[in-house]
Ligand binder design. Structure first.
Ligand SMILES: C[S@@+](CC[C@H](N)C(=O)[O-])C[C@H]1O[C@@H](n2cnc3c(N)ncnc32)[C@H](O)[C@@H]1O
Ligand code: SF4
Length: 446
């Protein structure tokens, strides 16, 4: 595999993975990890309806929280995507932003302060003016000085830049692949343009934000190592400050439909593809989580929950993790509107975890953030990972091995898959009435 370390990748990499026998051994361990994780996720992620929650709990003194704000609208819907989103309807979206700001004021009244705010979607930049107002309010209410926003290549336009440059510290652009065949298959070629066109758009904005992150995906059905290597070489040539590489995830329902159309990406190629990425993403990048790479020098802003034990999620379909309880906000826009305009939290479901489960979760998240010695080390789980070769060294000197990075990627993917299952079950039964917020009570704060 050493010959795969491409510090200065050629424009057309030629990768021979036949000598890469190491990935077979990684695959075996991954199988075991998947089995254990699937059971754990099924066991733990059992939400109950709780329409009696009127407010999130107050913050604890001295604890740091992160704020996540969800914008659930897209112009068209990508077939593989399991995030909570609706087809864009302008009046609904404008009203939604108003309600979101109302919900932010409720969190501020409870006493929450955040230094770090992350807007996720959906398409957060779908109404630039509304997004800008919401960012400004986050700064005013919470003293937030780190704002991260997700967008797509279509929203890199003068109107958006006018409202985000100077406001946003980290702009994350979803590209997924520069390969036109795969862009076509995942429904993004027509929507966002060819790989070359998307490259040119991102290139234009690299210097406009302190941090630009590019999201890539790998392990598409049929993707060859050479095709992946070309994608990675291209993103390296583009050279954004951060790159995040997600293994393609199949949500239970969306994934099934996508898989039927294009075939399932096998688990057996995942380790080999992962190894290829980590080998290629050398200097000037350093790996910061199992999925994220960043320039080793200069500003770095991560959106990850690695450093924040607890977070508040506002907006329809967002999750909060507070005092050992995971809350899910209503996925119905109608119900979201009714609850928030009545001054209530939009959370309608929750599940509470015991100390042991919280330690397991923290261990997973911190090890995903490449900490070999996480703040909690449940004996059985930590030592099982050690036996699998995920950790080397003792105590504070312990480090996550290359294989460990992959196993943590598999673990997080299983966890996300469980969350996708929750998302899909919460969306089941929604009707067209749940997709609209047309009339709403006047919001005094606006
Ligand atoms: C919620 S999306 C928002 C970004 C933006 N709407 C876009 O599509 O460009 C954030 C990122 O999640 C990743 N993602 C979404 N669905 C995925 C899936 N099924 N498997 C792996 N990654 C996925 C993509 O890399 C995407 O850029
Ligand atoms: S991938 Fe992005 S643009 Fe596509 S549906 Fe999901 S959130 Fe919307």
């Amino acid at each position: 595999m050493d010959d795969l370390i491409l510090l200065h990748p050629p424009s057309t990499p030629n990768v021979d993975l036949s000598a890469d026998t190491g990935s077979i051994e990684w695959d075996y361990s991954a199988k075991l990890v998947r089995q254990v994780m699937k059971r754990a996720v099924k066991h733990y992620l059992r939400f109950s309806d709780d329409y009696t929650i009127t407010s999130l709990p107050k913050p604890l003194v001295g604890r740091q929280y992160m704020l996540y704000l969800h914008i659930p609208f897209c112009i068209t819907l990508c077939p593989y995507c399991s995030f909570h989103r609706f087809r864009f309807h302008e009046e609904t979206a404008v009203n939604y932003f108003k309600l979101l700001r109302r919900e932010m004021r409720m969190a501020a009244d409870l006493g929450y302060r955040f230094t770090s705010v992350c807007f996720g979607g959906g398409t957060t930049t779908i109404i630039p003016k509304e997004l800008a107002k919401t960012i400004d309010l986050a700064k005013e209410l919470f003293g937030a000085d780190e704002v991260s926003v997700e967008t797509d290549p279509n929203h890199i336009d003068p109107e958006n830049l006018e409202h985000t440059v100077g406001r946003v510290n980290r702009l994350s652009v979803g590209i997924q692949t520069f390969n036109d065949t795969y862009l076509e298959r995942i429904g993004r070629r027509l929507k966002f343009g060819s790989g070359d066109e998307q490259y040119a758009k991102v290139e234009e904005i690299l210097k406009l934000f302190p941090v630009v992150n590019v999201d890539m995906m790998f392990n598409f059905p049929g993707q060859t190592p050479n095709e992946l290597a070309e994608d990675i070489a291209t993103v390296r040539k583009l050279n954004p400050r951060q790159v995040t590489c997600y293994p393609l995830m199949y949500a239970p329902f969306a994934g099934h439909t996508f898989g039927r159309k294009f075939g399932k990406a096998g688990y057996d190629s995942e380790a080999a593809h992962y190894r290829l990425i980590t080998q290629m993403m050398g200097s000037p990048y350093v790996q910061r989580t199992s999925w994220a790479f960043a320039h080793s020098t200069g500003t770095n802003i991560d959106e990850y929950v690695v450093d924040h034990e607890e977070y508040v999620g506002l907006g329809s379909g967002a999750f909060s993790f507070l005092n050992g309880t995971l809350y899910a906000n209503s996925f119905s826009l109608k119900q979201y509107g009714d609850r928030v305009s009545a001054g209530m939290t939009s959370a309608t479901k929750s599940v509470t975890f015991g100390q042991y489960a919280i330690h397991q979760y923290r261990m997973m998240v911190e090890m995903f953030g490449l900490r070999g010695c996480p703040s909690h080390k449940p004996f059985m789980e930590y030592n099982a990972l050690r036996l699998l070769g995920a950790v080397e060294g003792k105590g504070r000197n312990a480090v996550i091995t290359p294989k460990g990075r992959f196993l943590l990627s598999v673990m997080l993917k299983c966890f996300y898959n469980g969350m996708d299952y929750i998302r899909e079950s919460m969306r089941r039964g929604l009707t067209t009435a749940d997709e609209r917020i047309i009339r709403m009570q006047a919001l005094s704060a606006e």
